[in-house]
Design a protein around this ligand. Structure first.
Ligand SMILES: Cc1cc2nc3c(=O)[nH]c(=O)nc-3n(C[C@H](O)[C@H](O)[C@H](O)COP(=O)(O)OP(=O)(O)OC[C@H]3O[C@@H](n4cnc5c(N)ncnc54)[C@H](O)[C@@H]3O)c2cc1C
Length: 377
């Protein structure tokens, strides 16, 4: 095992740290309150090369390895997990094309995100969350076209993307074996953005409904074969989950740093609260949890980069890092007492943001099922 980062990886981390310090931290409270990213931020992300990290070099992207991408997302997670989530949605939406796309589809998706545009991954529906096989959006054949009808919900970047990977059922009677993935342009007639969600945390990220009303998609934009959608979605989520883990590690680390700084400054009983052993115990547990989650995320990425099977470790990384982020941010609020609970300090937002990590891209219960099934069978 080699825990040294390459010079490139160190440079990527520094680039992300600078982006956070300059473009996110000074505006974070305003973006949280307004529930949107400030104008021009996506352009800054584009200029920093963050939006197309998974695009291979032969398609004019950086073609970065999974570990390098995770290191960047860890830094972004320190700044704002919601903004990191918005940027990561480009990776989530692109993976189906990476996994099973044709040359034409790769060009279309990658050219769009290479241009600094956003993409969204649309699987979830009001009645199909953990049970992705319950997708009821239909894809009905009409000559060379499919006609898509249905509603998607909770879609990250739903309202601000140019291109979408949409999952619909092309053979209702086949259930999960009818699930099929498509690339849909935002300006396709019949495609519209529905309600924007007002969320507890990760508020700068845009989350909306999508409405598909007789949306005609040419068969050339069907990703993989009819009925391969479930397999493509699962492979996509395997690839994307370590990134959720990386954001969780960054978020947890930022909360730990905030708690340490405060504990050294805050005086009670005539001493800094950092000198109390009960507080020290919490700090030590938080630090050990962050480091454990970090190692798990890096291992999942390392396995992926080695071309080894990483499905189990990907689920472990997402689940562990999300739970760690929730616990560590909650403890950071505790260490900061009443001040931690106030919006004037950063940790209450971190605690609100952390909760989502346990829910999206497969809830942590679903990750535990993946882990248990992998180990048992
Ligand atoms: C802010 C936000 C952004 C999101 N972004 C996207 C996106 O970009 N694209 C997209 O497609 N989706 C997105 N989602 C959807 C997200 O992935 C789902 O919310 C998630 O998969 C859970 O589905 P659900 O909300 O319907 O909960 P449900 O599936 O109804 O689950 C409710 C509860 O039941 C538990 N549960 C369900 N089944 C089982 C089981 N078999 N065993 C044990 N427990 C179980 C769950 O763990 C959970 O605790 C987003 C969600 C949110 C909140």
């Amino acid at each position: 095992m080699d825990f040294n980062l390459t010079p490139d990886q160190i440079a990527f981390k520094k680039m992300a740290q600078e982006l956070v310090a300059k473009e996110i931290t000074p505006y974070i409270r305003e973006m949280d309150e307004k529930s949107e990213m400030r104008p021009g931020l996506i352009q800054k992300f584009h200029e920093a090369g963050i939006l197309n990290l998974v695009v291979p070099e032969e398609y004019d992207g950086p073609g970065l390895d999974a570990l390098s991408i995770a290191l960047i997302y860890e830094e972004l997670g320190k700044g704002c997990a919601g903004i990191a989530t918005s940027a990561a949605a480009n990776a989530l939406a692109s993976y189906p094309v990476v996994v099973a796309g044709t040359e034409e589809q790769k060009r279309k998706m990658f050219d769009t995100i290479n241009d600094g545009k956003l993409a969204a991954f649309a699987l979830t529906e009001p009645n199909a969350g953990s049970d992705a096989g319950g997708v009821s959006t239909s894809a009905t054949r009409d000559g060379e076209y499919y006609v898509l009808n249905g509603t998607k919900c909770f879609i990250t970047n739903g309202g601000i993307s140019d291109i979408y990977t949409v999952f619909a059922n092309a053979r209702k009677s086949a259930g999960i074996r009818g699930l099929t993935a498509f690339i849909v342009d935002r300006n396709t007639p019949g495609f519209s953005v529905g309600k924007k969600e007002d969320k507890m945390g990760m508020r700068p990220s845009n989350t909306t409904e999508l409405i598909l009303d007789n949306v005609r998609v040419h068969e050339s934009m069907r990703i993989g074969r009819e009925g391969e959608g479930f397999k493509i979605a699962m492979k996509t989520l395997d690839a994307a989950r370590p990134l959720v883990g990386a954001v969780g590690v960054g978020l947890a680390d930022a909360a730990l740093q905030a708690a340490c700084k405060y504990a050294k400054e805050r005086q009670q009983f005539g001493k800094p609260i950092a000198s109390f052993q009960l507080v020290q115990g919490m700090i030590a547990d938080m630090a050990m949890a962050v480091e454990t989650a970090r190692l798990m995320v890096y291992k999942a990425c390392w396995l992926k980069d080695q071309g080894k099977d990483y499905k189990l470790e990907s689920a472990m990384a997402k689940c562990l890092a999300a739970d760690v982020a929730m616990k560590v941010t909650t403890d950071a609020v505790q260490i900061m007492g009443g001040y931690g609970y106030m919006k004037e300090y950063p940790v209450e937002k971190m605690m609100r943001d952390a909760k989502l990590l346990q829910i999206y891209e497969g809830t942590n219960q679903i990750q535990r099922l993946v882990v248990a099934n992998s180990i048992l069978y």
